[in-house]
Each structure stands twice: as structure tokens, then as C-alpha cells.
Design a binder for this molecule. Sequence first.
Ligand code: ATP
Ligand code: MG
Length: 566
Amino acid sequence: MAPDPDNAAGNFIRDLIADDQQQNTFGGRVHTRFPPEPNGYLHVGHAKAISLNNELAQEFGGDCNLRFDDTNPDTEDMAFVEAAIEDLTWFGYPPSGDPLYASDYFDQLYTWAEGLVEAGLAYVDEQDGDTISAQRGGFGQPGVESPHRDRPVAENLDLLRRMRAGDFADNAMVLRAKIDMQHENMQLRDPIMYRIRHGHHYRTGDEWSIYPTYDWAHGQSDAIEGITHSLCTLEFDSHRPLYDWFLEHLPLPSDQPRQTEFARLELTHTITSKRKLAQLVADGVVDGWDDPRLPTLRALRRRGYPPSALREFTEFIGVARTNSRHEIELLESFVRTELNRTALRRLAVLRPLRLVITNWPTDEAGNPVVEYVDLVNNPEDSDAGTRQVPFSGELYIEHDDFKLDPPPKYYRLTPGREVRLRGAYFVTATDAVTDDAGNVIEVRATYDPDTRGGSSPDGRKVKSTMHWVSAAEAVDATVALYERLFSAEVPGADTGDPFDDLDPNSRELLAAKVEPALAEVPAGDVVQFERLGYFAADRTADGAPLFHRTVGLRDEWANIQKRQNR
Ligand code: ATP
Ligand code: MG
């Protein structure tokens, strides 16, 4: 069952923009932006910011810019820019034109910085970083003014120009805004605007020796682009007065943009810190940035998450002003609902057990006859049609579907019991072959030729229907089952280190037998393995079929809700 759209949470930013438009603030314009730093891959948390900014722009007849917030030469790379564009396109929000870059505004920012220096509103400080941060004080503690704070304008200008020209070593000095060392908001205690860095920037190369801080770059980039509503996550709340202070003191090309903060998207069993995700990859805990256990967009894509389900999820959870964590089962239930509608049904046996039908006919050469049974491709979609699946006297069934000594209420196959093989025949187990250790390695059964298609003409009922594949025609495939990468709901809640909650068995690889049609599924397509779940097609490094479990069939979110309502 899809979560009921009537239960969707509100979006206070939508209300705020509607108000603005009604009052003709910004001349009725709505222009948002999504500003990733190209130092890592986009993840499910970004998905929230992406859809929020894009959907609001669309809804109110405006635009959403893609701007790379690339002000740090040490960590950024063009490969991340290209990956972000690819991921955004997959997610359904391709950039409408060429992407924008904060690094294209370096000249304008620098000109504005000289303007602030000339106005006596910025100064060069030669103290080291530790001293500057110690002097900032704390809440209720006074700040200490730098001895360089009242340096004459001409001297500041000269030093700034030489900083820019590359005359000084990394961190030798910084440019600070001259605001108020006693301000109750620490962000306004003479914040740093430029640092000296001689690193090579992936776009501007060696042209710059100074790089703007986030605070000095962000609002100004918004203003240059004519952004109206600058939406960011809650941790920037205390930066808002600084955002406004800079803009109020600059000759802006447009109306002053307005920053509004919203709660980050956090999911249970999931981390979204780019730094920690990078560590998982570097440590080899996962196979790479697109390992299906990660919350990066490329991993979710590989795992078979439909982008539409992710979009519906972000819309459903709405936008809040306080941080909270959503159950990952809720996201999965959107995925399941969508896949139930669209995924083709197929037969696959994950832990194969041989089943031999002893009364099955053989041909003249003594081989079991092969019959083709017609199976429905998707009961939820009448246009999906049917397919022919080979059936014969030697099959594979799921290991779990047979027991020599069944526990109570076990309704699947056991000696003397009749069950239905999906769409094919009724079979009754007669006995089993075991190995020296007593493990069942083969089941023997008889079939009733009058039950072709899977129903009995005499109205006989069976208690279970099982999936199967014909042994001779089955295709070998690797199937990856996934558990949560982090077993704890809040990774790190107990020890402070999320890596303590890593599940060492989060992936299980199985040698499965699958029906022939599964050999040809294009990579990226998701199918339902009947009775087992949804699986995304992929290829191993040698080009052999590989399937990742996207989600199981059971709606775990419904259970969580029942528990919570109890
Ligand atoms: P990190 O701190 O892990 O590097 P970040 O937030 O700095 O992540 P950016 O690339 O700068 O990463 O983020 C781009 C945009 O996405 C920002 O506007 C940021 O607020 C938003 N964003 C990042 N993570 C989340 C999240 N978990 N939920 C909602 N928005 C997010
Ligand atoms: Mg950031």
C-alpha cells in the first residue's frame, strides 16, 4: 500500500513563497538554486534539497539554478561536477542550461572585497588561525579585538592586493570583515572572508592565491544570479545575519536574496556525511561510490530505486523546521509501491534444491520432455502480457520450500504433501536424497498431469504455491542480498562512532538459478522475483548476470506504523 498522500507533511517554505508572490515581494519572481560543493557524490540528503528547490521553482513559475559551490582548491574535482549532473538528470532534474560556478564570481567577489576594505569594513589580520578563533570568545564571553583591526585602509588594501598576487605563504594572513567583536552572534565577530591557499583549483588553476569562505561566497553568488529564495539547512541559521550583513553593505545587481533554513533529511540506519561516506569507500567497507548499500544517488540507482519513488518520498515528508530522522522503511515503501506497478514478474531460485519428477515423460532419446507454460508478466498491468517458461521433470525449487521433518504449520513441500508449482502442475513429494551429513540434496516427487496450468479439475485445494525453474534451461546468476549497512537505527548513537554499528554481514552473495528470460534483462531494469522481492539487473565484472535486491515484498513501514499507533 502506498503511503496515503493525505498524510503528507506540510511545507512551510511553500506557504512563505506563496505569501511573497501575493505581496509581490521580489516583483513576484521566484528563483532558487541547488549549490553542491563538487567534493563528493550526491546522496539521499541532497535529494531533498534538489527536489525542494526545483519543485518550488516550477510550481511558482520560476527557475532553479545548479551552482557548484567550488571555493576550496584542495578537495574539488571536475569528475564530481560531471557525476552530479549525471545524478541530477537521473533523478529527474537535469540542469536547464550550463551549470553555474561560484568560481566564476571570484573577480566580482574580489572587487567587492576591496570595496569593503575602502569603506573601512574589512581588514587584513596577520594573527594565526588558533589565535583568531580563541579571540572570538564564546556565548556570554567577550571577544578580543585583533591588534590589526584598526590598520589604515591604504595598508589593508596593499596587503590584500599582495595576498591576491601570491606574495604570502598559506595561512600567513586572512581578510576579515570588521563587524563587532562583542556581537552576541559569534558569526558576526569579524568573520573571515579570504584565506591564502596556493593549491591548484580544478577550474581557475593557479590564477588565485586567495579563496573566499562559504560565508563570503554564498550570499554574494545568490545575489549575482538574482536568486530570491536561498534555501539551506538548519545549521546555517546562525549565519543568516552575516548573509544579510554582507549583502546590505554591497552594491547589489538585484534585490537582496533571502535565506530560509529547513531541516536536513536524515534516515534511520543511514549516514549522509560526505566525509564519512568517503571513508567507507576508502576503507573498502563497500565496493565503491555506487555500492548498492550506500545512500548516494548512484548507489540507489544501481540498486533499482525508481527516481519517481524518491521524488514522491521527498514530497511526502515535507519540509520541517526541526531536525528529525525518517524511517528508511517509509522510503522503501514508496519504492515498493512503484515497483509493484511496473516490475515484470519472473521466477528465480536463490538457494536451489533439485526436484525430480519421477513420473514425468521422457522423449525417444530418454531425456525429460520440455513443456512451456504461460505465465503472466505483471498482474498489476494487463498490457504486460504473458511469457512462455520452460518446465520439465528436473527442476530447482527453493531450499526452504522443502522439509523432511516439517515444523508445525509448515505448509510447503514435505513427503506426502501436494503443492502447486506456480502456473505449471500440482506435485506431491515422495522422498528425498540426503548427503552423508543428512542434508537434503534432492527431492523426489510425482506430478498430476491433469493439473496443467496449476489448477485441479476436481477442485482439489493445496495450501501453497511455490516458484521453480527448469534445471536444464535455467541460467546461473549471482544474487546480492542486502541488510542495512548500519544495524543501529541511529548509527553511532551508543558510542559516538557510526562505524561501530556497521553490520559486517550486510551483503550476502548467492549462486542462484533463474528463468531464461532473466539472462537478457537490461542493466538497471528491476524485476520482481516471485515470492522473494524486487531485484535490479546488473552484470558482474565478467559480464555474467547479477541482481541486487532492491527491496523485499513485505511492507515493513506498515508494521512500524501499527506498532507506533498501538
Ligand atoms: P557535507 O557537510 O557532508 O559535506 P554539505 O551539506 O556541505 O555536506 P553540499 O554539497 O555543500 O554538502 O550541499 C549542497 C546542498 O545540499 C546544500 O544546500 C545543503 O544544505 C544541501 N544538503 C546537504 N545535505 C543535506 C541533507 N541531509 N538534507 C537536506 N539538504 C542537504
Ligand atoms: Mg556545504
